[in-house]
Write a protein that binds this ligand. Sequence first.
Ligand code: SF4
Ligand code: SF4
Length: 431
Amino acid sequence: MIRRIQRFLSESNKAAKINSRVNAYEWWRQSYRLHSYPSTLRLDPANICNLKCPFCPTGNATSKLRFRGIMQPEVFYKIVSHIPVKYLVDVHLYIWGEPLLNPHIVDYIDYFAEQGKRVFVSTNFSTKEYDNDFLEQLVKSGLFQLILSIDGASQRTYERYRRNGDFERVIKNAQRLSEIVKGSGSNTPRIVYRMLLNRFNEMEVDKAAHIANEIGAYFLADSSFGIPSEHVDEWAPQFGNRAHSEEFLNTGPGICRQLWDTLTVDANGDVFPCCIVCDSSSALGNLTEQHLDEIRNGQKMTTLRRFIAHSGNAQEPDFYNSCTKCMLRHKYRIYFSLKKSKKAIKDVFVEFNVQDKETEQPISESLIIHPQTGFQFKTDSRGKMSFKIFAGQYSMNVYAEGYLPGENKIANITGIEPTQKIFFTLMKSVP
Ligand code: SF4
Ligand code: SF4
């Protein structure tokens, strides 16, 4: 509580608020050179992992990072000395690996939490059975949110993606952590049971929600599973859940914003445009050697901003980078934002027509990708896409424009008015 009050009152957070506004303005203006600083820091305490998730470059050993290991304290303190921490709002201490493999993680969380920053950690929570001492330290560190990657409600479905993971161990760890949080009288860290939906676990959503409830965790059935296109047919959830809860929403106006408001830093200090890239050839500088200003307004970053601001129509950067081929640099407005609603109508089956904006012809059998969440869906042979949604009461905003990767077309979504709000009761269970 005291920490919370300090957080709101602190000068640091006033500075962070003002900086965020300036940053939003500079993004809106699509400025290349920035006066503002990042408001989100993504820092990787460890880019190694104990699991072998098949589509993760760390898990499937396709990572092209030049350094593999944990972030050592001397590297951490060097990096943070080169960043104006007071302007940060959120700190995500995870990117490409398992953060709890780093024995210094509690100190790193504490460093930012002490300065009133909201710290998020995402973990598989399956490396070992954590002792009470460690879990208590985690609670005392001031961690704001601990996201547990639990893609199922049984060992069988969970290990389909979380290979080498131990479902029972994760649940036991989560239960003990939750008890310690309750016993401490604190309401943080918020524990999130995050279930990335796939074809093999979607029938267990109700069961997983029940387990989360028993643990005392928030439940997030998450459709933002980045499935490589060649595996979409095998892995994509059949029922296409979009049920993000309001507080975990991270949507935007449909053009990549990472180079404006986010700073992505690997365990050795290398700075990247975003966390999609897992290849050191795309690094833009290193924060153990350079101050942030040098990198943030350096030639590479400003060139990439210019390129993105023109939605890929500016001259291509003459250095290796990840943005040139990234679909997220395009303007993109298929926008699903599901929020809790007070009204209840009835079960919903949503269907859209997807058309070429120019010719108004249906776009059939095409892959469409959501820019922020990476959610993918395919249109059918009639150019329609449809889905049902899981339990809860939500409203939905739909912005009706999308980008078709590989085809360089803008898709129009019709059958529903842009930004129309629909209220409905979502299905109680997957049929
Ligand atoms: S747990 Fe996370 S970091 Fe580890 S292999 Fe799976 S997706 Fe990658
Ligand atoms: S355009 Fe793509 S690769 Fe470049 S920063 Fe944005 S999300 Fe990352």
